[in-house]
Design a binder for this molecule. Structure first.
Ligand code: AMP
Length: 514
């Protein structure tokens, strides 16, 4: 990179431009190596990103256009993400488990210019993409081959990354509220850049690190946190297609950092071959996306000598808080706010409350998204006048500034690190023949942390069995959303205001999945 280009970078917020400084310094060195041994250098990664950027731009995709991507994890999916950054396109990743009805909503809402899907799903997605206004649906399979790859292969690997302003969109990720309508979360180049820089500094990432990457890449954790830290420091990655405890145990000895959801850690602990020898080379274990139980933290420490570093974030805000790299990591807490991030606890009237008291967590900082896609009213509702975002989480801050999350105001169920929004499933189940109403709750599950349970009231004169509900859900919903338990009841408990008392249901059925 020339001096002139370097000085221009200061004003360029394109995340890729900042990654590229590290990529160029590490050009011939390994960027990632798959579980099967396919090694890719930083130089190749840069060229592959350029090919996807060039190919999509040649076809007429312009900065700000959305590219919706529902594919299995592969290095090529990662290069496609990087190509989108380079070309100023807005990367819109989708969980590969989403089915027709879900895709219909996402694509019509995001209105992508191009859609990329697994070849096995092309017949389902093509008509939806067309009716949502996309110009074409390309394919990319788990090995990184498909029509997108074929097209990109024939393009020139040179591409001038398009400069971006701080508020230009880099990605659109969907979440859902309790209203059941998924919301598009607009993440800017500045959001991702500032948060990645903060994490690299907070967690001491350097080019000497090797990250064991086992997370999915359609979510903030695997895509922005894990990959971002590697690219922003010139570190390398051992890249697993999916989480598998045996594979993790196999590769941990050659790595220095591991990131996972709590389920990953409980699964490691249940494998007798997971010993302190396996973790001897690791300098940092990070956990997030769901609460890490104190017993998991303690067992992990006694088995390996490592204190897992727990951090807290969400799609809307990237990472907000982190236990320290050096200093006390307090089990059950998610640590103090990251530099430049303000976290405060307020009561239901928005008034800040004293340390130690439980209230609503609000966050402000360069990490916080700029709003919900096409939902200005919802955006206005969730931000305060002084720029804080209402996370919907309940928590407290202790005298040392450490944050503890005590619950989720929004009744979110987190199963194996993935979010399930009860309202969405309830609406679906309520539409099944013979169902009067339903309530979705999360109850303790040894493997997934929480498991989805449906409490269902049959319509008058109807009889239902568990399979009626589970069978219908399996046809139309991603498997992580399908209830692991169904209870048929005569009526749901309600409070004086007519609200279903989910706390009562959780208590009644807490042992259902254990
Ligand atoms: P997502 O938007 O999918 O990343 O989910 C965000 C939600 O996950 C947050 O609002 C929290 O409720 C929860 N979450 C994330 N990290 C943690 C953590 N370390 N402990 C407890 N809950 C967490």
């Amino acid at each position: 990179m020339s001096t002139q280009e370097r000085s221009m970078n200061c004003n360029d917020f394109n995340l890729y431009t900042h990654f590229r400084t590290h990529m160029e310094a590490r050009a011939g060195k390994e960027f990632l190596c798959t579980g099967e041994g396919r090694s890719i250098s930083y130089e190749e990664a840069d060229q592959n990103a350029a090919k996807y950027a060039q190919f999509l731009s040649d076809l007429g995709a312009e900065p700000g256009d959305r590219i919706s991507v529902q594919v299995e994890k592969s290095p090529d999916c990662l290069f496609l993400y990087l190509g989108c950054l380079r070309a100023g396109l807005v990367f819109h990743p989708l969980n590969p488990g989403y089915r027709k009805g879900e895709l219909d909503y996402f694509l019509h809402n995001a209105e992508p210019t191009f859609v990329v899907c697994d070849p096995t799903n092309l017949d389902v997605i093509s008509p939806i993409a067309r009716s949502a206004g996309a110009r074409h649906a390309f394919t990319l399979d788990a090995t990184g081959r498909g029509t997108l790859y074929d097209g990109a292969c024939n393009t020139d690997p040179g591409f001038d990354t398009i400069p971006r302003e701080p508020n230009d969109l880099a990605a659109l990720l969907y979440s859902s509220g309790t209203t059941g309508v998924p919301k598009g979360i607009m993440l800017t180049h500045a959001n991702l850049l500032r948060n990645t820089e903060a994490l690299v500094a907070a967690w001491g990432f350097t080019q000497n690190d090797r990250l064991l990457h086992a997370l999915p890449i359609f979510h903030v954790h695997g895509l922005f946190v894990a990959i971002g830290c590697a690219l922003m420091s010139g570190a390398s990655m051992r890249w697993l297609q999916s989480y598998d405890a045996r594979q993790v145990i196999r590769f941990l000895p050659e790595c220095t950092v591991f990131m996972g959801v709590p389920t990953y850690y409980t699964r490691l602990l249940s494998d007798p071959s997971f010993t302190d020898e396996v973790t001897a080379n690791i300098r940092l274990f990070v956990s997030g996306s769901a609460p890490l139980l104190q017993e998991t933290f303690d067992e992990f420490e006694s088995r390996t000598g490592h204190r897992i570093l727990e951090r807290y974030g969400m799609t809307e805000t990237n990472m907000n808080t982190s236990n320290p790299l050096d200093g006390l990591r307090k089990a059950g807490t998610v640590g103090p706010p990251l530099p430049d991030v303000d976290v405060r606890i307020v009561d239901d009237n928005g008034v800040q409350i004293c340390s130690g008291e439980i209230g609503n967590i609000q966050v402000r900082g360069p990490n916080v998204f700029i709003g919900y896609w096409k939902m200005p009213e919802k955006t206005a509702e969730d931000f305060t006048e002084d720029g804080f975002f209402n996370t919907g989480d309940k928590g407290q801050i202790d005298n040392d500034g450490y944050v503890t999350i005590v619950g989720r105001a929004k009744d979110l169920v987190i199963t194996g690190g993935l979010n399930v929004y009860p309202k969405e499933i309830e609406q679906f189940i309520d539409g099944i023949d013979g169902v009067k109403e339903s309530a979705i709750i999360g109850v303790p599950h040894a493997d997934f942390g929480e498991g989805v349970v449906a409490v269902v009231v049959p319509a008058a004169g109807h009889q239902l069995v568990e399979q009626d509900i589970v069978g219908a859900c399996k046809n139309d919903l991603a498997s992580f959303k399908v209830p692991k338990g169904v209870v048929i009841v005569d009526e749901l408990p309600r409070n004086a205001m007519g609200k279903v008392q989910k706390n009562v249901l959780r208590e009644s059925y807490r042992d259902l999945l254990s």
